[in-house]
Design a protein. Sequence first.
Length: 101
Amino acid sequence: MKELVEIYRASCHETFYSYDTVIKKHVDNNTKFKMTYEASNAVEIFSGYQLVNGKWEKLFDLQDLEEIPDRSMYTKGTKERLQKANNLFNRGMFLFLVINS
């Protein structure tokens, strides 16, 4: 993913809660892209946004990646949730590049 450069990352993976956000910038056209992952209390949320005219517009979510939300993810270990977030971020970056090509 050489075409995207990470400009911000906030990550918090506690015992029963995970929240992870990453913002990347496309090298060629300076388009900014944000992905968020959250797992807590039987909820798993992942969304991808693109910055358009100063506002974040939603591009995709878990269902667009053909992923079923894991309602028990918050009970799993922090390493497993971090690994899942990184996996979804990589798949989201690929989808972003496909949409913007």
